[in-house]
Design a binder for this molecule. Structure first.
Ligand SMILES: C[S@@+](CC[C@H](N)C(=O)[O-])C[C@H]1O[C@@H](n2cnc3c(N)ncnc32)[C@H](O)[C@@H]1O
Length: 223
């Protein structure tokens, strides 16, 4: 696929058998998972026209083992679906939290790609006994996305303040996209500092730039 965000989601899914994509829309991720040998796919979306797109794609790929569901979040799923993995991608962080919070099914592994509010999402996951397995930034068409692979457990998995703020995997492995994201954030903040008069805000932005610069240096040293 010519879409790094979706490619990375597929890569993080790994080898899966039974998988649901909540808010699947075009169904491209499921299409790739079918090609990778998944045995059962659920394409679910709150919008019927969206889910129809996924259905068309899966039919075009001659996929037989799929189910189309229309509804809000996990309400379309049951424990009998026996899913290894559920994907929620391309929604706001608060929407993702709402969907997980309203779950009536037992959760195992999830792939989450929030469009915003990733720090809030990480805090929520830790509070609710999820283990963050992978948490990395990916760049796609000059935009940066956080993609998390998490697993529901029975215990709390502590994260450091830095891990909550920047994402665990970004702090462990050399990731050029992470460096670029921080550099671009700093560039935007520096431009804003030049235009604003409020000294408190200027100080706040300057502190973020300093903190980001520290992470950029550390990240470069992991090369
Ligand atoms: C921006 S698209 C993302 C599509 C695809 N997951 C991706 O990452 O490219 C968001 C999709 O989520 C669906 N959606 C939004 N809120 C939802 C909810 N609460 N439950 C299920 N689907 C939802 C929308 O109808 C839309 O098709």
């Amino acid at each position: 696929m010519k879409n790094e965000r979706l490619n990375e989601i597929v890569k993080l899914c790994g080898k899966v058998n039974r998988v649901a994509d909540i808010g699947c829309d075009h169904g491209k991720v499921l299409g790739e998972l079918h090609k990778n040998g998944a045995s059962y796919l659920i394409a679910s979306d709150i919008s019927e026209p969206s889910v129809k797109k996924a259905e068309q794609l899966l039919n075009a790929l001659n996929c037989k083992n799929y189910s189309i569901r229309v509804g809000d979040g996990f309400s379309t799923l049951t424990n009998a679906d026996n899913l290894d993995l559920i994907i929620i991608a391309g929604m706001g962080g608060y929407e993702i939290v709402k969907i997980i919070n309203n779950s009536k099914i037992n959760l195992k592994k999830l792939i989450l790609q929030p469009q915003n509010n990733v720090i809030m999402l990480r805090n929520f996951l830790i509070e609710h006994n999820f283990k963050i397995i992978t948490d990395k930034v990916v760049e796609d068409k000059n935009k940066f996305y956080n993609i998390l692979k998490v697993e529901k457990t029975n215990i709390k998995h502590h994260l450091t303040k830095r891990e909550i703020e920047f994402g665990k995997t970004n702090l462990k492995k050399f990731n050029p996209s992470f460096i670029k994201m921080l550099e671009e954030e700093n560039f935007k903040l520096a431009n804003r500092i030049e235009k604003i008069k409020n000294n408190l805000l200027k100080k706040e932005f300057t502190n973020i730039i300093i903190k980001n610069n520290k992470e950029i240096e550390r990240a470069k040293s992991r090369r």
